[in-house]
Design a protein around this ligand. Structure first.
Ligand code: NAP
Length: 255
């Protein structure tokens, strides 16, 4: 079979939670390869618009698409994702790659986990990316080509005690990556990137940062570029990785 790797030039990529931090870096790296970026955001509309302007100035395409991946009381998240996908395709016409990056992260001490926290983690970090991958993945399959990259976390394999709903949601997304790869093969490849500490969470003290860095083999945080480069590699440089994950965690899994 001839090699026909995906060339990002002229392709459309949806990146969820792309206005800031790691998502923003992924957007800039993929746009620098000529991709048109669908910048999804929830609250960070002004940052998303600033990123859109920056990408357009560089000569690539971009547009902002806003959605909250919480279903809302008594509402169906699956239905919301179907409507969001229809809106996305009306705007973009096609989607060649999906990067499921949006997520929430905050501590939930074991004895104090509330059901509403559990539901929020599962909805935003697992259910939304899963149904996005199904809706967009089936369209990609029909089109004959596509890439889906899920941002997971090394703690999906070695959960932090005080972050169980978060870690369990990411463990679910790791399992979903394998399952989606099976469901969407051979046209669509699905992979996960498992970051270690890259950017400190809001409110993290210097002391906590040092503790987190010490859990890696390299003793430090990584850079958003480490993640963006891995996402780009999975989209552009190989069509033979699917159902797999790449740890980008400074060796945290082998400590
Ligand atoms: N930071 C790290 O060191 C690290 C480590 C391991 C894994 N990861 C994973 O890598 C990815 C990126 O990390 P990050 O730290 O850059 O993420 P982040 O800043 O915590 O979140 C990314 C975006 O998710 C969006 N989001 C949150 N709740 C949402 C909702 N209800 N509906 C729709 N979007 C929502 C937010 O968009 P708005 O701002 O527009 O509201 C936010 O900007 C995440 O999946 C994370 O779990 C990160």
């Amino acid at each position: 079979m001839p090699l026909a790797f995906m060339n990002l030039s002229g392709k459309t990529v949806l990146i969820t939670g792309a206005a800031k931090r790691i998502g923003r870096e992924i957007a800039l790296v993929l746009a620098s390869r000529g991709a048109s970026i669908a910048i999804h955001c929830r609250k960070s509309l002004s940052q998303a618009r600033a990123l859109e302007r920056e990408i357009k100035k560089s000569g690539a395409g971009a547009f902002v698409i806003q959605e909250d991946f919480e279903p809302g009381t008594g509402r169906s998240l699956e239905k919301k994702i179907r409507k969001f996908t229809a809106k996305l395709y009306r705007r973009a016409g096609r989607v060649d790659a999906l990067v499921n990056n949006a997520a929430i992260f905050y501590p939930t001490p074991f004895g104090k986990i509330r059901e509403k926290d559990w539901d929020a983690f599962m909805n935003i970090n697992l259910k939304a990316p899963f149904f996005l991958a199904r809706e967009i993945g089936l369209r990609m399959k029909k089109a004959g080509q596509g890439k889906i990259i899920n941002l997971v976390d090394w703690t999906g394999f070695k959960p932090y005690r005080d972050y169980l709903p978060y870690c369990i949601s990411k463990a679910g997304l790791i399992a979903a990556t394998t399952g989606l790869a099976k469901a969407l093969a051979p046209e669509v490849q699905v992979a996960a990137v498992a970051p270690g500490p890259i950017l400190p969470a809001k409110g993290m003290s210097r002391k906590q940062e040092k503790k987190v860095a010490a859990k890696t083999l390299l003793g430090r945080f990584g850079h958003p570029r480490d993640i963006a480069a891995t996402v780009r590699f999975l989209i552009e440089d190989t069509d033979f990785i699917t159902g797999a994950f790449i740890p980008v965690e400074g060796g945290a899994l082998v400590v």
